[in-house]
Design a protein around this ligand. Structure first.
Ligand SMILES: [Zn+2]
Length: 424
């Protein structure tokens, strides 16, 4: 991705740097060739060259770009789960995914980890973004997901003679699990996304208390993935699915909904991050009827919401790490709403805005494996920066309002927000 050459100075704003430090009034940032060269009180900033570009934060806030830790670029705001795999051909879904990536960037998300994608679209979308062919968050790709035969993602009945190979690789036993990971190695993914458990959203028997992979399959996934330098995560609702994933050596847990004491101990022992992706449950309860969800499914989402909120609180309060991300890409939880997750974690789950912002920046970068160069505003890191009118550390909800972004910056380049050059 292209960086802004030369020097840019951002002044006249309060700093939230993502490191855990208290916000700093009247701060300044100096960016040289896309990398942060100075960050701190404006009074101690070395005098910039006269040729330096200037960005006036206008009394607003200077903060790290947001990171979506569970991004489904190919979910195109579907009204039914089944639409995810065969409603449109891959050519059209690729274009939709590019539009979703552009939207995420415009919403202040300068980086994202994929939570799974139709075919291998996210791997190539990542390449297109890196090569400045299309705008979007810096991506970490997952490609197709892995699920046991008959599990949550295996919804096309056999009589239709339609496979699921666009969306998931279905496995029976450790040998097939290994083969699936090897396919993904060739595809070029960085995270392997699996389905240890079902979900309240299941149209059939695979609800949130059901297991969808065996421990042996999960262990085979981890051994093969780690051998090739890939990381493994999984959709984990049911208690036993969470402990299975942690015992099998998973590198992250998605949802972690019904974690028990054993699971929490295992999670904390290896400092495994969890991405609750929980706002989806609230909006599914609130708007499910409107979209034809059955009462059984809505009740399941309510149980998931309550269990997930309790688990997320416990994980953070006992010293664990949470990433912020969600299953955006459903009609009732569309792309563009990503920052609703943040306000929800303050209002519903009870975290402080500063905690949530750290989860959405620093921890997100760590989950991506980019903690060394993204996620906080520190000297030597890539200048992925938001300049926001107002104070999200006091009023986190303003991050949902795209008109509040003065600048969405990647590598020192203003990509979106009021200061961005109009698209030609
Ligand atoms: Zn997901």
């Amino acid at each position: 991705m292209r960086s802004e050459l030369g020097t840019t100075v951002i002044t006249n704003g309060r700093l939230f740097d993502g490191t855990g430090a208290a916000p700093l009034a009247d701060a300044a940032i100096v960016v040289t060739d896309g990398v942060i060269a100075f960050v701190g009180p404006a009074a101690t900033m070395p005098p910039p060259a006269p040729s330096a570009k200037r960005i006036d934060a206008a009394g607003g806030t200077i903060m790290p770009g947001l990171i979506e830790a569970h991004f489904h670029p190919t979910y195109f705001d579907v009204a039914a789960l089944e639409d995810l795999d065969i409603k449109y051909p891959v050519e059209y879904v690729t274009l939709l995914a590019a539009a979703n990536a552009r939207l995420a960037l415009e919403c202040g998300y300068t980086a994202a980890r994929s939570g799974g994608s139709l075919f291998n679209i996210d791997v190539w979308l990542k390449k297109a973004i890196e090569n400045d062919i299309t705008p979007g968050p810096r991506l970490v790709a997952s490609g197709r997901e892995i699920c046991g035969v008959g599990g949550l993602m295996d919804w096309n009945p056999d009589f239709r003679r339609i496979g699921m190979e666009g969306l998931v690789l279905l496995v029976n036993g450790p040998d097939e699990a290994r083969a699936a990971v090897r396919k993904l190695v060739k595809d070029g993914v960085e995270w392997v996304k699996t389905y240890p458990t079902g979900d309240a959203a299941a149209p059939d028997v695979n609800d949130h208390h059901t297991l969808c992979m065996t421990f042996d399959e999960m262990r085979a996934v981890v051994a093969t993935a780690h051998n090739h330098g890939l990381k493994v995560t999984g959709h984990c609702r049911a208690t036993e699915g969470i402990t299975n994933a942690l015992k099998a050596g998973y590198d992250a847990i998605e949802h972690g909904t019904f974690i028990d004491d054993e699971g929490l101990d295992l999670l904390l022992a290896r400092d495994v991050p969890c991405v609750p992706a929980l706002y989806f449950e609230k909006v599914s309860v609130e708007r499910g009827k409107e979209f034809g969800l059955s009462q059984r499914v809505i009740d399941g989402h309510q149980e998931t919401l309550d269990g997930g909120a309790e688990s997320a609180r416990r994980i953070l309060r006992t010293g664990g790490r949470l990433g912020m991300g969600g299953d955006y890409g459903f009609a009732w939880n569309p792309h563009g709403d990503y920052a609703k997750e943040l306000e929800f974690f303050v209002d519903f789950v009870g975290l402080s805005p500063l905690e949530v912002l750290s989860c959405a920046t620093k921890t997100g970068a760590e989950i991506m494996g980019r903690g060394h160069d993204l996620g906080t505003l520190q000297v030597g890191k890539i200048a992925d920066v938001l300049v926001v009118a107002g104070d999200p550390t006091a009023e986190i909800g303003i991050l949902q309002d795209r008109t509040r972004f003065l600048a969405v910056i990647q590598g020192g380049v203003v990509k979106a927000g009021r200061m961005a050059a109009p698209a030609g």
